[in-house]
Design a protein around this ligand. Structure first.
Ligand SMILES: [Zn+2]
Length: 138
């Protein structure tokens, strides 16, 4: 793949920030109008990680690991994780959560994000965001 000009002079941490920005946009768009995954209330949603980005770098941009959460659950209750797990089971089923647990464990050989995978990811997220926007407008 040819690296687009826009990304050529970006540092790794700038690319990570962009990846976070676009991933969160996708999550908030996908979960627009849904309840908070943890407490079940209809509130303004943030993109909240189930497995924290800080401790689980390899799944920090995995959409299955990030869901719309209210500010209270996401920040003040540090993810409100017991209720988060329950919410995931209710919304997606036990298999979904089991598969997410497996992905979390499967970090063997993980070397961190490189520029190339970040650029691919950013472009995928931008594409997803576009598609979600389209389907919301119908
Ligand atoms: Zn909540």
């Amino acid at each position: 793949m040819k690296i687009p000009e826009t990304y050529k002079n970006k540092s790794l941490s700038e690319l990570k920030n962009l990846a976070t920005k676009w991933t969160n946009k996708v999550v908030r768009k996908r979960d627009e109008g849904k309840k908070c995954i943890s407490c079940g209330q209809y509130k303004t949603l943030e993109a909240g990680h189930f497995y924290s980005a800080g401790h689980h770098d390899h799944i920090r941009y995995l959409l299955d690991n990030i869901h719309g959460q209210c500010t209270r659950c996401n920040r003040h209750l540090h993810g409100n994780l017991i209720e988060y797990r329950r919410g995931l089971v209710v919304r997606f089923g036990e298999d979904f959560v089991a598969s997410l647990d497996l992905k979390k464990q499967n970090s063997k050989g993980w070397n961190g994000w490189d520029r190339f995978s970040l650029i691919i990811l950013i472009q995928e997220m931008q594409q997803k965001f576009k598609e979600l926007n389209k389907s919301f407008q119908l």
